[in-house]
Design a protein around this ligand. Sequence first.
Ligand code: SF4
Length: 343
Amino acid sequence: MHIDKYEEAMMNCRFCFMCRHLSTIGQVRCTEVDTPRIRAAMLYGLRTGTNSFDDSDFVDALYRQELSACCTRHCVNHYDENGLAIAARADVVEAGKAPEKVQRLARKYAKSEFKATGSGDVAYFLDATTAADKNVVQAVKKLFAAAKVSPKIVEGGSIGKALKVLGYLPEAKAAAEKFAAFLGEKDVKTLVVSNPAAFDALTKDYPEFGVKLPCKVLCISGFLVQQKVAFKKSAGEIYYLADDFMRNYDDCECPEKLLKALKAVNKPFGTNDEESYCCGEGAVVFDELNPSLVKDLAAYVAERADDPKKDRIVVLSAYTKSVLVKYGKLNVVTMEELAASCL
Ligand code: SF4
């Protein structure tokens, strides 16, 4: 089984309650089942015969996890309870027990038809989530102009991340192979991405799948820092919500470097800097899978804002921005919008 690769997490987490306060879903539902300890214990129950994927409550709990990887990051041993959860979903799918709504999403995200417009060997990947936010798209255009780079725009659907987190590993790998081949055909040498989920897929999932990209991949913050884009105005006071992928999965410091270049005064948000405030970003399609939970997550974040209407909150993903605005009524911009406002 896929979960066997996460033996340490399963065997240790089932006796530990140390990171329960970082399990965002456990916090908003006030339920023990939504903590790493109980998830690990339930998965261990597959071995002892006390649990089975025939139990739909168990499967629902596995698909309820927000996959922020906060618990893994802050665990003293860094046991990968997050990877265990994703592996468990793959086992659910292989057992033919994926819930109907998960199957529906997998069918949707298996579709892709990539296209590229423009010329040159630098490309920008315009994923569907970012493309849906016209203000972010405009900001990206301004930033590339300031960087004096005219990129090819690559778009057209799923590159495998959603499929992976839903547990559809062969389909995720097929999508990765298709995207890598497309980039090769288009002679892309550098690919810049805004969406942290896409960045994580390209830099972590693809090597795990054995899929080699023909180009280097830069997050947009790293690209702007590398290009030494001149910012005339200071960003001023902001609340930057650390990103699940860039902080907990990828340990990438580019966003912090860009905030420094923007002379941002980053004020502490909430009661600690360990929790995830990204509302299920790690679960990628969480607002399609569990919208009522995402609403609760956004309310949890909104309760922690000092001045919900006025605080300028900065996030990396258009997903997090959309749900914090939609459900939390917060004043949120993405890093691209913040940077473009400083040109
Ligand atoms: S991830 Fe670490 S802190 Fe969390 S339950 Fe597992 S062993 Fe305990």
